[in-house]
Design a protein around this ligand. Structure first.
Ligand SMILES: [Zn+2]
Length: 350
């Protein structure tokens, strides 16, 4: 049974209490960074409210809790994504907004009688991708909500939602999970899975690299991203110490699957700046590379480092915005800048 994630328990209990007291708000805003499990929470809450016979679960790891039975017809229909009283709204493609036409379809759905006579659930995810017209149409719907309907808005960037829409929703904040709970969960998941990264330092590192988002931290290991990160860092060291050809290095970077090169480069640049400003390793996110990063920070010119930071941010934004640019050429200019940055008489000690 897919139980509630440990750092969700308080919010889950809060929802359960409101539901049992018949005081559930008509609109919820699940807000917090990616990787906190907001979508899982939203789906499970929708499932609970649609389930024909929710069950009470109690065990050591999970206090008394209501869960969907996962046996009834409603649970089955939710699982296969075909429950007639559940309506999901999401962008049709990664770079597309949620359109006003999609909200019109939602309004039509809300005008119908519920099929099973229980809750009608609307999931909007991620809510911040609604365009202006879509958000205003949804606002009108929320101002006169249909009966027995729960709107669940999931948002990684709730500040991008119009204020009037936010004020119509009860906020569920996922941004500060209990660190002890997330560390224990991650350790448990990594010990169960084949990866062997499960000592305390590794767990803290993975969470630091993921802005404390447990699901992202787990994905770093599960998807092989940590191995790719190591290869990328090794190539940077070779650029600095072995005078490797930056063009050849970038050819390696762009082989096969797209590696999230720029987020890692930005993370390391940030750490080198922190090292240069403080002279200490304890403020670095990439604790496993602290020796190299601190050496970099002692050897590079801070002004050039900030220029490189700006250059990388600009390229990252261009790529994220799907601007038609030659990515390889931009990465080559960044690799050349790294070589120039580390071109000092003491670089050989790296
Ligand atoms: Zn059920």
């Amino acid at each position: 049974m897919n139980l509630v994630l440990p750092w969700h328990h308080l919010l889950w209990q809060q929802m359960r209490y409101c539901w049992q007291q018949n005081r559930l708000s008509h609109a919820l805003l699940l807000a917090g960074p990616p990787g906190m499990g907001k979508t899982l929470f939203a789906q499970r809450l929708a499932n609970l409210l649609l389930c024909e016979q929710p069950v009470e679960v109690e065990n050591q790891a999970h206090p008394v809790n209501w869960q969907p039975c996962e046996q009834c017809q409603a649970c089955h229909l939710v699982t296969v994504g075909n429950h007639p009283d559940l309506f999901s709204v999401h962008p049709s493609a990664a770079d597309k907004p949620i359109s006003v036409e999609q909200i019109r379809e939602l309004i039509q759905f809300c005008s119908l009688t519920t099929y099973y006579g229980r809750y009608r659930i609307v999931l909007i995810n991620p809510a911040e991708t609604m365009n202006h017209h879509a958000a205003n149409s949804l606002l009108k719907l929320l101002e006169e909500p249909p009966p027995q309907t729960l709107f669940i808005l999931v948002s990684h960037q709730p500040q991008q939602l119009i204020i009037t829409l936010r004020s119509r929703c009860q906020l569920l904040n996922f941004s500060r999970p209990n660190r002890q709970l997330t560390q224990a969960w991650l350790q448990n998941r990594l010990a169960i899975s084949p990866p062997t990264l499960n000592n305390k330092a590794d767990i803290a590192l993975l969470l630091n690299l993921s802005a404390q988002a447990p699901l992202l931290a787990f994905a770093l290991v599960e998807t092989g991203a940590m191995t790719q990160r190591q290869a990328l860092f090794d190539s940077l060291i070779r650029l600095a110490t072995e005078k490797m050809d930056p063009i050849k290095v970038v050819a390696q970077w762009t082989q096969g699957e797209t590696v999230p090169i720029l987020p890692w480069l930005l993370s390391w640049t940030g750490d080198i700046i922190r090292g240069a400003l403080t002279g200490q390793t304890r403020y670095l996110l990439n604790q496993d590379y602290q020796t190299h990063l601190l050496l970099f920070s002692q050897q590079v010119d801070l002004k050039n480092l900030f220029s490189l930071l700006d250059q990388q941010i600009e390229v990252y934004q261009l790529i994220r915005a799907n601007t038609p640019v030659k990515v390889t050429g931009l990465l080559e200019s960044i690799a050349i800048a790294w070589v120039k940055l580390t071109h000092s008489p003491r670089r050989s000690s790296l």
